[in-house]
Design a protein around this ligand. Sequence first.
Ligand SMILES: NC(=O)c1ccc[n+]([C@@H]2O[C@H](COP(=O)([O-])OP(=O)(O)OC[C@H]3O[C@@H](n4cnc5c(N)ncnc54)[C@H](O)[C@@H]3O)[C@@H](O)[C@H]2O)c1
Length: 440
Amino acid sequence: MTNRRNFIKTSAGIVAASMVMPAYSFAPKRQVAANDRIRVGLIGCRNMGWGDLADMLLNPEVECIALCDVDTNILGNRAAELKKSHDRSLQIFHDYRRLLEIKDIDAVIIGSPDHWHCLQFVDACSAGKDVYVEKPIANSIAECEAMTRAAKRYKRIVSVGQQQRSGDHWHSMVKYIKSGMLGRIARADVWGNFRYGALSKAVPNEPVPEGVDYDMWLGPAPLSPFNKQRFHGSWRMFWSYGGGLMTDWGVHLLDMVLWGMNISRMPRRVTAIGGKFAYPENAPETFDTQQVIYELDDFIMTWSHTGGTETGPYGRNYGMAFKGTKGTLVADRENWEVFPEPSGGDNVEKVEPVKEFSDHKERHRHLADFVSCIKSRNPITACTIDHGSLSARYAHLGNIAARTQSMLVYDEDAQMFVNNPEADALLKPNYRSPWQFPVV
Ligand SMILES: NC(=O)c1ccc[n+]([C@@H]2O[C@H](COP(=O)([O-])OP(=O)(O)OC[C@H]3O[C@@H](n4cnc5c(N)ncnc54)[C@H](O)[C@@H]3O)[C@@H](O)[C@H]2O)c1
């Protein structure tokens, strides 16, 4: 099962996520005329950013001319690895702003932790670069909104790392749902149960490891002592840097329901409950147990997770179920299948059981689509900033509702909640000086 393969052990314990393995081989490329080349820079080289670069470099017109990371150890290793198969000069940086000053760079990949995405994205757009930004596009709703404005204001080609949008079986699933074969769909349930969502034990603070620019790792996030539990990989379980399972997996999975159901607006209301109920003594701040209900006009979507477990409905530890009057469609990254309702009552026209499997080539296709959109200047990438923003804002709504234990109504025009100052306070992070929330 892909979901089982998707875990790696690090010194910080078992951590997320749909992770890529560092050992990529960057095959030598065919020759492409100089003026057809796309020169790319990577910001955040350890895990997913590195995998994204590998997939982007499978396109012969792409070359990487700069890498940036705040951890010299990672930067050095990645530069050495890239140079083995890439015979051109490579510039390396600690500070992404220096990388953005390189005029020759056409596009950047942002593979840093979530709390950095917004600043790096807006700066990249204003520097005239096209951007592939990892998901969730940001660590707050206000940042998602600022990034959407920046992409449009600076007219950049943007793609978001929600690669399921390029998955063949996800496409056929959405087509099936839109065909109406399932009858009326009034509800979809989405879940993500992963061990890494709860299980790491707290460890003491330590001196900052040699070669790490920790102040630049924290960036706009609050000052806090170095702790490896909050660092590489496992930062996603702490509110200042990430949103736990709700945003880590939620954006991928909720996105499929929003796509399938043609939803482009925020929900009417959101309610949630969550807490560190199963493993209260463990390190993560984000919740190990959470249930969210999103209400739309004639449709309900639910999200649930139980970090620390790996079982779930329909024998799948993560996935989704679209409940139609004629049948239920269940999907994950492996396949989707339809369970017909027993015939009778209103359901005389019975649907047939169907099952379709993934070809697991979505990541290659997703990056190839980004390259092709850069060349054609087509802003409608496989996952636009609007797609990425919508699913990230849904995920953040779920966390805010759980953290405030309240029923939320979000006013999209005013960009605040109705009568809920406690929830409003979680819409936008207070950036640590000298970093400033970008004005777009
Ligand atoms: N699309 C997917 O399936 C998928 C899977 C895994 C991760 N992700 C996303 O990719 C992003 C990175 O996650 P990860 O697992 O690779 O995290 P990671 O902690 O393994 O790697 C992040 C890298 O960014 C570097 N970094 C931190 N601050 C930086 C800065 N200011 N400038 C440059 N580099 C900086 C870190 O040193 C580290 O090397 C996250 O947004 C995550 O949600 C997406």
